[in-house]
Design a protein. Structure first.
Length: 261
């Protein structure tokens, strides 16, 4: 009799689950974005990057830089150190993004030996002549204050993705983000103006797997159609789950601290 009752209960439970509205189990657009940021900021890391900027087919700049991230439950800090060419060598960038605090960005210039503040709100502010902008770095952290809408599900390069539309107060345009359904990685994004024209496009060209089994971008491409610019970002080496020295995220020391042994 007990077995009969248990079997009956399982049937009833299955019917109830089947009849539940799908919206109760679906993720909201903001929950998808939150999961994406959490996935991107899984571990502290140090990466060597090459950044090549082209105008049409002409190479404008070819730079090598180091990117370090200090990840914690309260946010993430980013440190960028330009290694080459000689005109850029020694330039450093510090971006502090902690919960409950206003984001702060500083650039260290080795010539005059001083640090200058950068406009965090200016998403198109150039970083060290690399073609990268403040918005490219902030993509790792996520930006608060916007409204997110789940547009539809769509495949990108064979990956099933959520297509999210993000708008911010005071901005006439919008940002579209394609986030993979299986691991919440940002696969592609487009910054659109008020007329629907693409101002800046981003996509991951190639991924690799870390020793922990997580996927991470190996090659990325940024397109700026109105200037006919193409930026290729390649990862040369990466170490994850490491301890980042406090000095590289200290506004008073990040410019001159010798982190390389």
């Amino acid at each position: 009799m007990i077995r009969t009752h248990n079997h009956f209960a399982l049937i009833v439970l299955s019917i109830l689950i089947w009849c539940l509205p799908t919206d109760l189990c679906a993720l909201t657009a903001q929950e998808i974005l939150d999961q994406s940021v959490k996935q991107n900021l899984g571990d502290s890391f140090r990466i060597s990057l090459t950044v090549k900027t082209y105008k049409a087919k002409k190479l404008l700049s070819d730079q090598v830089l180091w990117l370090m991230a200090q990840i914690s439950k309260d946010g993430a800090n980013f440190f960028v150190d330009f290694d080459s060419p000689p005109v850029s060598k020694g330039i450093r960038l510090l971006l502090l993004g902690q919960k409950g605090k206003e984001q702060q960005a500083l650039m260290y210039l080795p010539g005059p030996d001083k640090s200058i503040p950068l406009a965090v709100a200016d998403k198109f502010a150039k970083i060290g002549g690399s073609g990268l902008t403040m918005d490219d770095i902030q993509a790792f952290i996520g930006k608060d204050g916007g409204t997110a809408e789940l547009v539809r599900e769509e495949a990108v390069d064979g990956r099933d993705c959520y297509l999210i539309r993000v708008k911010f107060p005071g901005e006439s345009g919008e940002t579209l983000k394609w986030i993979s359904k299986n691991n919440f990685l940002l696969i592609k994004s487009q910054q659109m103006d008020s007329s629907g024209k693409v101002k800046r496009g981003f996509r991951v060209v190639n991924f690799f797997k870390t020793e922990q089994g997580n996927e991470f971008p190996r090659e990325e491409e940024i397109l700026i159609p109105e200037n006919n610019l193409r930026i290729l970002i390649g990862q040369e080496s990466a170490v994850f789950g490491i301890e980042i020295p406090d000095e590289v995220t200290n506004p008073e020391k990040f410019g001159t601290f010798r982190w390389k042994l």
